[in-house]
Design a protein around this ligand. Structure first.
Ligand code: IPM
Ligand code: MG
Length: 357
């Protein structure tokens, strides 16, 4: 089969890690008899520099016309002072909205080989964990009305969160479907003791749950969830939550898995196309130094094969190669646990994965 993939390397370490994932996809293509046709487009800061906009129309059109999209990261200090509408992050939020990608799947698990990199207590590490965060991605406070105005105490700013029943229903369904392929347990996270959107969220999730009698469901307040993630992460299978809570909790989940450099994600909508990206950012401090960990992006490419193209064996092969590289002691700086010798560069880590494919 022939698959057309749009690459959005973006800023900072984006180009380095996407290059690693492309090498891995090419190897998979050769081994399994597929061709991947890559087209590279601009997004984020590099797009602002070249065109004045974080999301040029050509990028949106190319993404919509391709079979899938692989993104690196956007943003950096160079563009931090631009007005909100022209920031690199606007490019990322814009492409999520333009492609209708309301479901963000962020799996986090503890790699046995990386137990030493987990900051949790030994008895908690011992139990391990393997969870799937299902984050709503095109609604809530990220996309609500916002602005500046004159308030009771003078000038003020406001952001608003709105969720429709339809938006909650479809993300809840995505979570229950994901749970059916896993351990059949969903924890829905909200702040229903304070927020009206959370009360509607809770009601709606439970109504949808009636269609999935084989899946258990429970609610947890977000502050408690932040605590339980470090206290007892093995209790989570599928977690479903709003855009902003999911943003925050997925960074927390990545830290307990050892490094943010390991976590992939898939952003999906009604069509199977979708956008695949590591959950980490552009890491401007190490950009251009060949130090970044490419594994989150390589694992995102594996998610693409599985979700966008139904290439299960090919996805498994990538994940097995990554597991094996970690078991064999291959380490980039972020997962080296303070070691100073034998640390691999981004390209060397990619080579180690390729060798095991
Ligand atoms: C993420 C990122 C983005 C988000 C930023 C860069 C806009 O933090 O994908 O988690 O908040 O969604
Ligand atoms: Mg984030």
């Amino acid at each position: 089969m022939n698959y057309r993939i749009t690459l959005l390397p973006g800023d900072g370490i984006g180009p380095e890690i996407v290059a690693g994932a492309v090498k891995v996809l090419e190897k998979i293509g050769a081994r399994f008899g597929h061709t991947f046709e890559f087209t590279t487009c601009l997004i984020g800061g590099c797009a602002i520099d070249a065109t004045g906009e974080p999301l040029p129309r050509e990028t949106v059109e190319t993404c919509l016309a391709s079979d899938s999209v692989l993104l690196g990261a956007v943003g950096g200090p160079k563009w931090d002072t631009l007005p909100a509408a022209q920031r690199p992050e606007k490019g990322l939020l814009g492409i999520r909205a333009a492609m209708g990608l309301y479901t963000n799947l962020r799996p986090a698990r503890l790699y046995p080989a990386l137990r030493g990199a987990c900051p949790l207590r030994a008895d908690i590490v011992e139990k391990g964990f393997d969870l799937m965060m299902v984050r709503e991605l095109t609604g809530g406070i990220y996309f609500g009305e916002r602005g500046r105005r004159e308030g009771k105490y003078g000038p003020e700013a406001y952001d608003t969160e709105a969720y429709s029943v339809m938006e909650i229903e479809r993300i809840a369904r995505a979570a229950f479907e994901a749970a059916r392929k896993r351990r059949k347990d969903v924890v829905s996270i909200d702040k229903a003791n304070v927020l009206e959107t959370s009360r509607l969220w809770r009601e709606t999730v439970h109504r949808v749950a009636a269609d999935y009698p084989d899946v258990t469901v429970s609610d947890m307040l977000v502050d408690n969830a932040a605590m339980q993630l470090v206290r007892n992460p093995s209790r989570f299978d599928v977690v479903v939550t709003s855009n902003m809570f999911g943003d925050i909790l997925s960074d927390e989940a990545s830290q307990i898995s050892g490094s943010i450099g390991l976590l992939p994600s898939a952003s999906l909508g009604e069509t199977r196309r979708g956008l695949y990206e590591p959950i980490h950012g552009s890491a401007p401090d190490i950009a251009g130094q060949n130090k970044a960990n490419p594994l989150a992006t390589i694992l995102s490419a594996a998610m693409m094969l599985r979700y966008a193209f139904d290439l299960e064996a090919e996805a498994d092969a990538i994940e097995a190669a990554v597991d094996q590289a970690l078991l064999d002691g291959c380490r980039t700086a972020d997962i080296a646990g303070g070691a100073t010798e034998g640390i691999l560069s981004c390209t060397q880590m990619t080579q180690e994965v390729l060798k095991r494919l």
